[in-house]
Design a protein around this ligand. Structure first.
Ligand code: FAD
Ligand code: MG
Length: 321
């Protein structure tokens, strides 16, 4: 399939998400190898099937440490460090709550408050014990579960970028259901759409132009269900066990590594605009676009991308720390 004379788009569905690969050459075998690579990482990292390396760790919770491959170990180590960032919402041990709420999956429901309180006691990231020498991970309490759903796509997007580069590709884009990673600079750069929250028609709030950067958005409108007039979305507050409730409809991060983007979207989601901007002080490599329920678009900075506003109902401000 081709969009125009020069761009070739290849698509698949993996990780419950639409996957899109753009190349500037017609190369079906390369696209197949990329999808195969994504599938291999999915098989290592998924928690939506009984077996994966992450599930091996979860099945052994309260029993014994499990040695995993170097790359899975490194990702879990990074996830544990992010889980200890003060004020951030990211917690790799959030699994029992994700499984109980089932948001985005069949059977989603609002759990009774005492269930949530009980499951919260199983989400302390300090109880994820790592052993560098063995590349092993031990969940010290039975019932604990690691969930890398917030960051695994970012990690995989970076591996796809590396693979394409290694295959001699100089221009390309991979979109893992909202996690975009780019390679090189086509004429005019890559233009990534910023979605309008809850819009039915895929309307865009703006366009983000980048070169060799990843763009990742976490939003309350991506996966949710409604009950009795209330909306329950899939980013859980590790402090309360309920969906995060603050002024934000979405956070987009622009950075070189998609894994950083993915980590920071969830970290910053928990912080809100003020603390989020503050946290990015001294991190010029990580840039945020906040979209608030009050129809504001706030840029923490815009040094490594260009933003074009496409919706007049929203007010655009730049708030550097
Ligand atoms: P993000 O905002 O980046 O992350 C939200 C997700 O992170 C939640 O869905 C939850 O999994 C987790 N999470 C929630 N709260 C927190 C928190 N406080 N701290 C840390 N993590 C949190 N979807 C399907 O429908 N079917 C599948 O078979 C399927 N398989 C998948 C396999 C893999 C390897 C991956 C990475 C994803 C898969 N998914 C699947 C999608 C997955 O269930 C999530 O919906 C998706 O990863 C969310 O990514 P996001 O960028 O949209 O949201
Ligand atoms: Mg994410």
């Amino acid at each position: 399939m081709s969009d125009d004379a020069r761009v070739y788009s290849y698509s698949a569905v993996l990780m419950g998400s639409p996957i899109l690969l753009k190349l500037f050459e017609h190369n079906e075998p390369l696209a197949s190898r990329v999808f195969h690579l994504i599938k291999q990482y999915e098989d290592l990292l998924t928690v939506n099937r009984a077996q994966s390396q992450v599930m091996d760790i979860n099945h052994a919770a309260g029993l014994n440490p499990v040695s995993v491959s170097r790359s899975v170990y490194a990702l879990i180590k990074c996830a544990k460090a992010a889980s200890l960032v003060p004020g951030g919402a990211f917690n790799l041990a959030i699994g029992p709550l994700v499984k109980r709420w089932k948001i985005g999956f069949k059977g989603d429901s609002v759990p009774p408050a005492d269930d949530i309180a009980r499951l919260l006691t199983l989400t302390d990231p300090h109880n994820v014990v790592l052993d560098d020498a063995q590349s092993s991970v031990f969940l010290t309490r039975a019932g604990m579960e690691i969930d890398l759903g917030a960051i695994a796509k970012g990690y995989i997007a970076d591996r796809v970028r590396d693979y394409l580069r290694q295959q001699g590709v100089t221009l390309g884009l991979i979109n893992l259901g909202g996690n975009v990673q780019t390679l090189g600079s086509p004429e005019g750069g890559w233009s990534i759409g910023l979605k309008k929250p809850f819009a039915q028609d895929n309307a865009l709030l703006g366009a983000i132009e980048v070169v060799n950067k990843s763009v990742v958005t976490s939003g309350v409108y991506e996966r949710f269900f409604e009950l009795d007039g209330r909306r329950y979305h899939h980013i859980l507050d590790p402090r309360t066990g309920y969906p995060l409730d603050n002024e934000l409809d979405s956070v987009t991060i622009i950075a070189s590594e998609s894994l950083d983007c993915d980590l920071w979207t969830t970290l910053i989601y928990g912080m809100g605009v003020e603390k989020g901007v503050e946290a990015l002080r001294g991190r010029p490599d990580i840039e945020a676009i906040f979209v608030t329920k009050q129809r504001e678009i706030i840029l923490s900075s815009a040094s490594h991308y260009r933003f074009t506003l496409l919706d007049d109902d929203y007010r655009l401000t730049v708030r550097t720390a």
